[in-house]
Design a binder for this molecule. Structure first.
Ligand code: PLP
Length: 407
């Protein structure tokens, strides 16, 4: 694998990995929460504010035109990365959460009536639960839930049985941020389409780790966050098929999203601007495009293979430690390990590992229904990225051993 050969250089691309935490070398294993940024992304942000800062779309002057061009080029980079048909099917948002809220509001207001139904799953992040509950309150709709089994795999037979003539949308995650399960989204989409029901896929944990092509998936809406793919925070993407976005009412009102405004009547701008009210994050978009170029330069299949290698290495070592329960044991798994070590509270384990410079996440990971499924409050979660190494996993293992001795 090229990443193994080039890992030293790759790590040098990420300046924060040189940091010391509590006098220890940082071991950053909280990548499902957010990823670190390569120099190219950091420099792009600096370059944007240093040389290219002017509001986009409205200016005739040089800087504004340059900023507009960079912003629209970034949209094309995202379009090509996702394999979308049109660049106007790419809507820039603040992140996965805002993208889902946008669809829940605009699709919901346009197409859902009292008594209609949507289907989500038991393994969703709160971002793919709560926006639909807000819609339920507004429209009096029903939310049906696909359960998962003990391995953390969706029960597709039950899924098929949830459809009725009132089903209007399916919204599921591609990869679970707790269980790591890579869901068979192509099959899920095919089933929904056989009932003429569109599908939203939450790609927050998939886009940074595996190759995604929205045309191949034939997905109707696909969403992800910039900060989880080595890009800037506060920057996200909603991909939507033109036919849906065209028909949907706007999400927010303001500048940029209008064609003409009068006190009597306002008409809306064309796609994608209809969904981008206000000044967009035009520096963030160019930095996101830079992050995409970074992962493309390594290759998504290469990244997926390397992270699977890290996942297998870590899983084996953790199992050998004994007295560890891993939540999420699907064969189709991304490099996320949620666990319980003996009787040690996840919060204590996380806090003591931090003292050794090892950053993991503890708690419910914004997925309380998963915790309820297993009858637990939270887990200790290690999640990996392309810059992690087997030496860091060894540091985690010896860290856990040290903490275990304390208890
Ligand atoms: N969906 C999944 C599966 C996630 O893991 C996350 C974040 O952890 C989100 C949605 C929300 O992403 P953001 O907070 O970037 O909007």
């Amino acid at each position: 694998m090229d990443i193994i050969k080039n890992i030293e250089q790759i790590r040098k691309d990420f300046p924060i990995l040189e940091e010391k935490v509590h006098k220890h070398k940082l071991v950053y294993l909280d990548n499902a929460a957010t990823t670190q940024k390569p120099w190219s992304v950091i420099k792009k942000i600096e370059e944007g504010y240093t040389h290219q800062n002017a509001n986009v779309h409205r200016g005739v002057h040089f800087l504004s035109q340059m900023a507009t061009e960079a912003h629209e080029d970034a949209r094309k980079t995202v379009q090509n990365f996702l394999g979308a048909e049109h660049s106007h099917e790419i809507i820039f948002t603040r992140g996965t959460t805002e993208s889902i809220n946008l669809v829940a509001y605009s699709f919901g207001e346009t197409f859902l009536k009292e008594g209609d139904e949507i289907i989500i799953s038991e393994m969703e992040h709160h971002s793919n639960i709560v926006p639909w509950q807000l819609l339920r309150t507004r429209k009096n709709i029903t939310i049906k839930v696909i359960p998962f089994n003990e391995k953390g795999e969706l029960d597709l037979e039950t899924y098929s049985s949830l459809f009725t003539e009132r089903t209007r949308l399916v919204a599921v995650t591609h990869v679970s941020n707790v269980l790591g399960t890579i869901n068979p989204v192509k099959e899920i989409i095919k089933t929904a389409h056989s009932h003429n029901v569109p599908v939203l896929i939450d790609g927050a944990q998939s886009v940074p780790h595996i190759s995604v092509n929205v045309k191949d998936l034939d997905v109707d809406f696909y969403v992800f966050s910039g900060h989880k793919i080595y890009g800037p925070t506060g920057m996200g993407v909603l991909y939507g098929k033109e036919k849906w976005l065209d028909a949907m009412v706007p999400y927010q009102g303001g500048g940029e999203m209008i064609a003409q405004v009068s006190f009597e009547n306002t008409t809306f701008n064309e796609l994608p601007y209809k969904f981008e009210a206000g000044t967009p994050d035009f520096i963030g978009s160019t930095a996101l495009a830079e992050a995409i170029r970074y992962v493309q330069s390594i290759g998504m299949n290469e990244i997926a293979a390397y992270e699977t290698y890290l996942l297998n290495y870590a899983t084996e070592k953790l199992k050998n430690l004994g007295d560890i329960r891993i939540f999420g044991t699907s064969e189709h798994k991304s490099a996320v390990i949620s666990m319980q070590v003996g009787n040690i509270h996840h919060y204590d384990m996380g806090t003591l590992l931090d003292k050794l410079g090892i950053a993991l996440r503890t708690g419910h990971h914004c997925a309380q229904p998963i915790m309820k499924h297993f009858g637990i409050e939270g887990t200790l979660r290690a999640s990996f990225a392309l810059y992690n190494t087997t030496e860091e996993i060894d540091a985690l293992i010896s860290g856990i051993e040290r903490v275990k001795k304390l208890f």
